[in-house]
Design a protein around this ligand. Structure first.
Ligand SMILES: [Zn+2]
Length: 454
């Protein structure tokens, strides 16, 4: 996942001093794109001596005012990482004067180390190249920008919710239940008070028994033996194993036979784990939560059972100032589900709604969303949900969704840097971080470059 690590210091530097610092950083071996292009530009024209006039020109050149170039941003590229240094003060009398240094990286580790390395390099070059009398009085504290991946109070304040609880046993169980064949059998067993071997009919009997054995091995299902009176054909007791029958000398209240001599039928029931996982399709919540975390969403950004006035959402993500609500269905998502979902999306101020179904989003349900999107009463994003149809599609869709969101976030930063540099940096960002996938009618359909102003 693409991450931005950045910090700032309330330094006031004029464009000449900023130029000298960047010159210093480039001269110790770091290469920034604007500095290097200026040097190449001059060299091409036979200029090699960086005189005071030339440095002045790099720091600021005036081509009839409006298109003037002030050197206040530069970029470094290391492997898959962009490092930027911005001087927010040159040429502006802004109260927000600062030097900002940031690292934008697609690798999950090392971003902070790179940031520290550049901050140190900046400070070293400041000391070496700017008048000591000025530097001595500068406040060089670096403050880290807060990462906006925490829960926002507008989601949690008025509502009930709980944080995810993930145990290894439940996570493994959720993975097992995500298998279609296993889940169908588990559901059949859950529907019966006691599911007996005799309920299984037809040619698939062997394969069903095999599946039940798998479920028993995974501790989702367990065996019980029902003892029935042979004479009256009514159940008289249940035991966990046939061995128990020999232990107790119990006799039938109807005919007086010993239990062991009555009719004994094998049956299957869900274990506590099996019940917890299937109740309210809790396995889907666990599977989704694990997939979100694996795709880079911090665990603190995920909440379960967000509830207000009897409206409940199974899973909510708050990420980069956006609120996503997930609707989970262990069946097809029908048209009747569409209106309640839209209502919840509005109620919880969702910026995005995502339907995760083990089946399909039916044609009729799709039509409801399309009709609603023509009347944008409820606000745009929440009315057109994203569809995840089937467990197999979950990972890929989440990754695209999260990648999209981080690209949006980075593209804001990239555009801001381009503006500040007076040069479009979009080729660099596009090359490193790729394209954004546009969503249409619930599916991702097309790649676009979102780093460019159009
Ligand atoms: Zn009996």
């Amino acid at each position: 996942m693409i991450e931005v690590f950045n910090c700032y210091s309330k330094l006031t530097l004029d464009s000449t001093d900023f130029t000298k610092i960047l010159k210093g950083i480039n001269e110790v071996g770091y290469q920034s794109v604007i500095w290097q292009s200026k040097i190449k530009f001059l060299e091409t024209a036979g200029i090699k001596n960086l005189s005071k006039e030339i440095l002045d020109w790099i720091g600021y050149y005036n081509v009839k005012g409006t298109n003037s170039f002030i050197y206040r941003t530069d970029l470094f590229v290391e492997d898959k990482t962009v490092i930027y240094i911005t001087n927010e003060s040159s040429g502006f009398s802004s109260p927000d004067r600062r030097i900002e240094i940031g690292v934008i990286s697609d690798s999950t580790t090392g971003g902070n180390d790179i940031l520290i390395r550049y901050v140190k390099q900046f400070e070293a070059s400041l000391k070496a190249n700017v008048d000591g009398r000025k530097v001595r009085h500068m406040e060089k504290n670096w403050l880290i920008f807060s990462k906006n991946d925490k829960l926002d109070t507008h989601v949690t304040y008025y509502n009930l919710f709980r944080y995810p609880i993930l145990t290894d046993i439940e996570s493994q169980a959720a993975l097992i239940i995500s298998d279609n064949k296993l889940r169908q059998i588990l559901r059949r067993i859950a529907e019966h008070e006691s599911f007996q071997t005799q309920h299984i009919k037809g040619e698939h009997k062997d394969s069903i028994l095999e599946t039940i054995n798998e479920l028993i091995n995974y501790s989702l299902v367990t065996t019980r033996y029902i003892v029935s009176c042979k004479k009256k054909s009514t159940p008289i007791g249940v035991v966990q194993s046939k061995g128990e029958l020999g232990k107790f000398v119990l006799s039938c209240p109807h005919c007086g036979r010993n239990f062991a001599d009555e009719l004994i039928q094998e049956s299957f029931i869900l274990t506590d784990l099996g019940r917890q996982m299937t109740s309210g399709s809790h396995w889907m919540t666990i599977l989704l939560t694990n997939s979100l975390i694996e795709s880079g969403i911090p665990k603190e950004s995920i909440i379960w059972n967000l509830t207000q006035d009897s409206e409940e959402v199974d899973c909510v993500v708050q990420f980069k100032d956006k609120t996503w609500i997930f609707e989970l269905k262990d069946r097809d998502f029908e048209s009747g589900d569409a209106h309640p979902l839209t209502y919840r999306a509005v109620k919880f101020k969702a910026t995005k709604t995502i339907i995760f179904t083990t089946g399909k989003v039916t044609k009729e349900a799709r039509k409801v969303f399309q009709d609603m999107s023509h009347h944008t009463v409820a606000g745009k994003a929440s009315v057109s949900p994203l569809y995840i149809e089937g467990v197999a599609a979950l990972k890929a869709v989440l990754q695209t969704l999260i990648n999209n969101e981080t690209l949006l976030y980075v593209s804001d930063k990239a555009k801001q840097l381009s503006l500040s540099a007076g040069l479009d940096f979009s080729p660099i960002f596009l090359n490193l971080f790729g394209k954004y996938r546009i969503e249409h009618k619930g599916e991702f359909v097309e790649d676009v470059n979102i780093f460019r102003y159009y």
